[in-house]
Design a protein around this ligand. Structure first.
Ligand code: ATP
Length: 727
């Protein structure tokens, strides 16, 4: 084993999945650039590294230095200093100024910046404003370097240093030393495992209360990510023991203490359920409010008139006359649709559900028309921006995202609450299958008791990303009127996408024959590698050529994140094929370049961008290490350390595409995805396509997915609470 000191000239290759990196570096005594390979995800061009490892000769690439461990140091040569300063790490200095500064101050460069920064004024082109910027950035880098050093000493990669610094500032090291598990609570992207590694190196014992507590919290969080609102006690203890490698009695004791401390809530009914408090209160709140809404009368003109007429006539089935509505919207409704409109007129809470093309939108328009005839004030909402926009286009009325409807303002949160409720007579919410228990509770809190509620959604789609199975629980509880639309109308029958979705939903194979004038294609590819090449050629050439559309309007949806035909790899190959920009900002092995299609993967209330929003990189500032993304024309800027909120979106998982629709969808369906292939996943993926759908893969995989209905049960008690069997 030996050590070399090198300056990173450029990063040639990085694999974000496993961290494998190839660097071209300059090493003293070597004429040519030296190739260094290994797990070096977090390095920047210009960094000076002390790398420990061995020389090896690769059959294809020749002599290389294989890194086993490495640390970053400040450069000690003129060349290194210039590279370091010009790398973009220090705001206000790019390659040009780096050269000038080093030319002027030589080996004293860093001492000058450190002790006497005002002297930079002697460098042509540098003014006081820039000096101030450089000074601040230098200090920040120094502090980040200290944290990095500290983290490296404790065996953690440097990726999180900037984030830790942003959260705690100069207190960073103190906080981490005091309770490293706080990192997992406070910082998005740092999980229990990372915090636990730090704690382990710091000598925190395996049985320490802080450790067990954090592990239990993490396990509950993981179960919530899988969709569970609560954990069965046994399930939780077992899972936590596995994670913590701790004896069961210690975990049980910790759990009991946490319940005593009211960190967690235990409820014993049919099972011993352990809740994280927000989930418990959300489930309880949702159930109580829905029951209350059901019990209280509305106060609008339509309600008052109908109830009066019912009372006077003694007829229970009196409702609105739908023929007036039909005349107004120029549509003849079928029996179930008429029923839906009549039911809406006499309901405080109701559910409208159905698959694609069954007339949910058309019926909603009818319901809205009936309400408007009686002067009701209508509010429209949907969980995502795109779903809200679609609802708005379909109804001609303003529709908001639930976040906007509730006037979400960080950091205080929702402005619309029980104390400051929504104003209106009726709230109609679309795409309700996407609403998780926390969001549903927040929404219902803001609904006054006299307001009507119409919930619309397709129950056969994937359930919400967040915890709960809210729409299904509400339907299954049997306490609310539910109208199920099943007939597919003529126009929709012509769409093979829609007909295939319905067949899949009934467990049948779709018709896979290809022909002209169709919207549904199946391309047989056995091997994932072949499927990927086909997808690239479809997105880059074939579909744009045939349909005269830009590649950016084509969305690749895939069942999985990992693997050859998973979202990560597809993004890498599609980026390479579609984006020819040579450079960009790097983060964890990904490179964000001008024009890249990207997706925000976290709700960021400050920036007002939300999980699932798709945009395009519209500028990259290598000097200041920032970039801006245009989300539907709105420019949002990101610092390099915030780039883990973005992923490339040439391809996304079907889960992430819930609630969105795209004109053209390309979707791999391969046995290599077998663990994810499920009927509701395929159904959701296929129904995202509005004009063209191309499946690439094997019939076997498609058939397997269609048969697979082992939808994992989610732990929720909402249905029981609504029924009244659990209070
Ligand atoms: N009563 C009806 N008579 C004739 N056509 C109808 C009727 N109801 C709906 N349709 C037609 O069926 C098609 C699908 O209806 P609609 O768009 O309302 O369905 P949807 O359930 O909202 O579909 P998706 O979920 O795919 O958006 C439309 O072309 C619509 O005009």
């Amino acid at each position: 084993m030996m050590k070399i000191r090198c300056v990173v000239e450029r990063i040639t290759y990085q694999n974000p999945e496993n961290g494998y990196t190839v660097l071209k570096t300059r090493v003293k005594g070597y004429e040519d650039l030296v190739t260094v390979v290994g797990n070096l995800l977090e390095v920047n061009a210009g960094s000076v590294l002390l790398v420990e490892g061995n020389w090896k000769v690769d059959a294809k690439y020749g002599r290389q230095f294989t890194a086993l461990s490495w640390e970053e140091t400040l450069p000690a040569t003129l060349y290194g200093m210039e590279k370091y300063l010009g790398s973009g790490l220090i705001k206000g200095i790019g390659p040009k100024f780096a050269k000038r500064i080093v030319q002027r101050f030589g080996m004293d460069t860093f001492t000058v910046i450190e002790d006497n920064i005002a002297l930079l004024i002697e460098v042509p082109g540098i003014g006081n404003k820039r000096i101030q910027m450089i000074g601040e950035s230098w200090e920040r880098q120094k502090e980040i370097k200290n944290i990095m050093l500290f983290l490296q000493e404790h065996g953690v990669s440097t990726a999180f240093a900037a984030k830790i610094f942003r959260q705690y500032g100069n207190e960073s090291i103190r906080v981490v030393k005091e309770n490293p598990y706080r990192l997992a609570d406070d910082i998005w992207g740092i999980g229990f495992k990372t915090a636990d590694t730090i704690a382990g190196k710091m000598g925190v014992s395996k049985e320490a209360f802080v450790r067990l507590r954090s592990g239990i919290m993490y396990t509950l969080g993981e179960l919530a990510d899988e969709g569970h609102v609560y954990a069965g006690k046994e399930q939780l203890v077992q899972k936590a023991c596995g994670l913590l490698e701790a004896e069961e009695p210690f975990v049980v004791m910790t759990l009991d203490q946490m319940i005593k401390d009211e960190d967690l809530i235990r409820e014993v009914n049919q099972v011993e359920a352990i809740y994280l408090p927000p989930f418990y209160f959300a489930e309880l709140g949702t159930a109580n409010k829905l029951r209350k809404l059901m019990d209280r009368p509305a106060q609008d003109r339509l309600w008052v008139q109908l109830m009066k007429a019912r009372k006077e006539s003694g007829k229970e089935n009196l409702s609105v006359d739908v023929s007036g509505v039909e005349q107004y919207v120029h549509m003849e409704y079928d029996e179930i649709q008429v029923n839906a409109i009549r039911q809406a007129a006499v309901s405080k809470v109701m559910v409208l559900t159905g698959g694609p093309g069954t007339g949910k939108t058309t019926t909603t328009r009818g319901i809205i028309t009936a309400f408007r005839m009686y002067g009701l004030k209508i509010l429209l909402a949907a969980p995502t921006g795109r779903a809200a926009r679609r609802l708005s286009e379909a109804t001609g009325l303003e529709a908001k995202t639930i976040h906007r409807l509730l006037e979400c303002k960080p950091p205080e949160g929702y402005q619309k609450t029980e104390e400051n409720p929504l104003e209106g007579d009726v709230l109609i919410v679309d795409e309700c299958s996407m609403i998780d228990i926390l969001l549903m509770n927040s929404l219902l809190k803001a609904v006054p008791e006299s307001m009507r509620l119409v919930l619309i959604g397709d129950i056969d789609q994937l359930p919400s990303v967040g915890a709960g199975n809210v729409l299904r629980d509400i339907i299954d509880a049997g306490c609310f009127p539910v109208i199920r639309l099943e007939r597919v109308f003529r126009q929709a029958r012509e769409s093979r996408i829609i007909m295939s979705a319905h067949r899949i939903n009934r467990g049948m194979m779709p018709d896979l024959s290809n022909g002209r004038n169709t919207d549904f294609f199946f391309l047989q590819k056995e091997q994932p590698e072949d499927a990927v090449s086909e997808i690239v050629s479809l997105v880059k050439n074939k579909l744009p050529g045939y349909y005269k559309i830009p590649p950016a309007s084509i969305q690749v949806l895939t069942p999985m994140q990992r693997g050859v035909a998973g979202a990560t790899n597809l993004n890498l190959v599609l980026q390479e094929a579609l984006n020819h920009e040579s450079d960009g900002l790097r983060r964890s092995g990904f490179i964000f370049k001008l024009q890249d299609k990207v997706m925000q993967i976290k709700n960021n209330y400050e920036k007002e961008v939300f999980n699932g929003d798709i945009g395009f990189v519209e500028s990259v500032d290598m000097q200041n290490r920032t970039l801006t993304v245009s989300f539907d024309g709105r420019s949002i800027s990101y610092e390099a350390s915030e780039l883990d909120e973005l992923v490339h979106a040439y391809a996304t998982t079907i889960h992430k595409a819930q609630g969105s629709e795209y004109p053209v969808v390309v979707m791999p369906v391969l046995m290599s995805h077998f663990c994810m292939l499920q009927r509701n996943l395929l159904y959701t993926g296929i129904t995202r396509a509005k004009k063209i759908l191309v499946l690439v893969g094997t019939k076997k995989a498609l058939a397997y997915g269609i048969r697979n209905i082992t939808v994992t049960r989610r732990n929720t008690m909402l249905k029981e609470r609504l029924e009244g069997s659990v209070s």
